[in-house]
Design a binder for this molecule. Structure first.
Ligand SMILES: [Fe+2]
Ligand SMILES: [Fe+2]
Length: 205
């Protein structure tokens, strides 16, 4: 099941579309909170602060877009207002767990070093995904003539991927090898997420 197959079905139904936007907002918020939690209170940089601020803005912006689908829809992140709620919450946490496990085993990292390296790899994999997902979503929005738009998110996500690559290059000469591992882990989790989304749509028919 591919995302571009299920998105038209979601966009065509305001209630489903609201839940989809709310689900993306939840995932952006989870990512933003993870970045903030991994910050070192002393050595945190301009780039990390900018990144955290922008991910928090994405969560807010998606919540704001949701108003275009109807009044009073999806006021919170409670399960009834999300698509595939369990899996949507699981996706990012599990990626974080898998990447930490890899870093402990392969690079023997612990403590703040582990936290920083996990931030780099998890965020890199998510930025690769965001650069694919949001343009597919925007295309589906354009095709449906929807008022919702995510163009400002697409612009910022492109910047994030570049920033992550810059930080990874400083982290390790072998960054590409580690980054690819994170992307592989993310791909499996993402495919299961899309499957869970398709199942949750079938249930809501
Ligand atoms: Fe984002
Ligand atoms: Fe991002």
């Amino acid at each position: 099941m591919q995302l571009n197959k299920i998105l038209p079905q979601i966009i065509a139904d305001n209630k489903l579309h609201a839940k989809w936007l709310n689900t993306l907002s939840l995932m952006e918020n989870t990512g933003a909170r993870k970045i903030s939690a991994s910050e070192n209170p002393v050595t945190v940089t301009y780039i990390i602060l900018k990144h955290a601020a922008e991910e928090h803005r994405h969560a807010f912006y998606l919540k704001k877009q949701l108003e275009k689908t109807g009044e009073g829809l999806c006021p919170t992140y409670a399960g009834e207002y999300l698509l595939a709620p369990a899996y949507s919450k699981y996706y990012l946490n599990q990626l974080d767990i898998n990447v930490c496990r890899y870093l402990k085993k392969e690079l023997k990292l612990t403590g703040s070093e582990l936290r920083f390296a996990a931030y780099l790899l998890v965020t890199y994999a998510i930025e690769v995904r965001a650069d694919e997902l949001y343009p597919i979503y925007q295309d589906a929005l354009d095709n449906a003539g929807s008022k919702v738009n995510v163009k400002s998110i697409i612009l910022e996500e492109e910047g994030h991927l570049e920033e992550m690559i810059n930080q990874l290059q400083k982290f390790s000469p072998e960054w590409q090898l580690h980054a690819q591992k994170a992307v592989d882990m993310e791909t499996g989790l993402f495919e299961n997420w899309v499957k869970a989304l398709a199942d949750s749509l079938a249930l809501q028919q």
